[in-house]
Design a protein around this ligand. Structure first.
Ligand SMILES: [Zn+2]
Length: 319
């Protein structure tokens, strides 16, 4: 009788936990399954760890007064990221802040579930915070016209930061750099990680890919262009400035929001006790150069009066 009662209580508490942690609806897309392949978490340098999935980065910076997590992948990535944090021997409950790079469903879709699991404060730029709280992108987002529309699991409480703001947890300090372009609220984050007395500048670089949907133009849509509904400003100059900003960062290690953009998995595979391929003084400049070339091509296309995205709209590709 007593044993049964205990068993019943146990079952009730398990059921309670399950309902309290009901995962957010997974996103379906052509690349989703490939992106969400589990990856064994690994060290990047010092207190900086990769805890993301194969195609979507999530980075954990650890400290004695709590940890800071960058990005949450898709809703279905959230449990994998949490498991990776635990596999490294850290407590999910010790994550004090979750920072966002940009508010697209493939980097921010898992933040809601991770906030629930950690109790962390979510931090984003003003523009990204609006998207996280509403779940939908504004017309100023180059992928606003993507089809199908994929919303983000809404995040209730978001702390808004601006250029140069520092998020601190004990000795940790992560600095926000506004890098609009891929999205209006795009944010690149930097911090210093140390191994003994050797301290290096780490950059979590937001996407700088000029990828757009529908008739969006980086050179601006006037109300009589395209479908005439979505009037947007010329953001080509601010986008180029973001690229230049990333190129100029103090940067010993770069980690991009999509790991393949800076060969994160290849570097991890080549890592040995004596050499750390993540350390690369040219990493940020190379990343910026690639983005700059893509933007130049894109702007040339727009100036040639070709309607961007008219030929094909690979909506699922959201780099
Ligand atoms: Zn994106």
């Amino acid at each position: 009788m007593k044993i049964l009662a205990i068993a019943f209580l146990l079952m009730a508490s398990i059921a309670g936990n399950v309902s309290a942690q009901t995962p957010d609806t997974p996103v379906n897309c052509d690349s989703c399954e490939e992106w969400n392949q589990p990856v064994k978490p690994f060290n990047i340098f010092g207190n900086t760890w990769y805890v993301g999935v194969k195609g979507l980065s999530a980075v954990l910076v650890t400290g004695p007064k709590g940890h800071i997590l960058l990005d949450g992948g898709m809703p279905q990535s959230a449990p994998l990221i949490a498991a990776n944090i635990r596999a490294l021997g850290f407590r999910v409950e010790d994550v004090k802040f979750i920072l966002n790079s940009h508010a697209h469903w493939d980097h921010a879709g898992g933040i809601h579930a991770l906030q629930r699991a950690t109790g962390a404060v979510v931090v984003a730029s003003a523009s990204a915070a609006k998207v996280l709280q509403s779940g939908t992108n504004g017309v100023d987002d180059p992928q606003y016209q993507a089809t199908p529309v994929i919303n983000i699991a809404r995040v209730d409480k978001v702390k808004v930061i601006g250029e140069g703001d520092v998020v601190t947890a004990g000795p940790l300090g992560l600095t926000a750099h506004m890098t609009p372009g891929h999205t209006p609220g795009g944010t690149t984050w930097t911090w210093v990680s140390c191994e003994g007395s050797r301290c290096l500048n780490v950059v979590y670089a937001d996407s700088l890919n000029p990828y757009a949907s529908g008739d969006f133009r980086y050179t601006g849509n006037s109300s009589d262009q395209g479908n005439g509904k979505n009037k947007t400003a010329d953001i080509s100059v601010s986008f180029a400035a973001s690229i230049a900003r990333v190129a100029a960062l103090k940067c010993d290690i770069i980690i991009s929001v999509h790991p393949n953009m800076t060969d994160v998995m290849e570097k991890a595979a080549k890592r040995t006790a004596d050499s750390n391929p993540f350390i690369d003084a040219n990493g940020c400049r190379d990343y910026a150069k690639e983005a700059s070339d893509l933007l130049s091509k894109r702007l040339a296309m727009e100036r040639g009066e070709v309607i961007p995205g008219a030929a094909k709209d690979t909506a699922h590709h959201s780099h």
